[in-house]
Design a protein around this ligand. Sequence first.
Ligand SMILES: [Zn+2]
Length: 107
Amino acid sequence: MPIYEYQKRPEAVGCDHCRDEFTLYQKMKDDAITVCPVCGGAVMKLVSSPGISTPKTSSELKNLGFTKLVKRDTGVYENVTRTGNEARYMEAGKADTVPDFKRKIAD
Ligand SMILES: [Zn+2]
């Protein structure tokens, strides 16, 4: 679900919640909120920073050194960004199927 950032409108008083930026998970089709969910003060949606809310493809993530696990079954995750001899599926309780984070961090 996309994340949207809000901040109180300059003219609004605001509360502890909306005085600084806050984030809200919303469906794409939902309209931007205009009032703080805590104090009812006027808020405005901020322009999202690129790279935070922009979805990346699995190959982009892989090139950036991220590991993406997609749930395929109970306790079974497909490593869609696997490299080298990482296992395609990570299974709960099977240590040898866990992605090789240590090597990736060391790269
Ligand atoms: Zn508020």
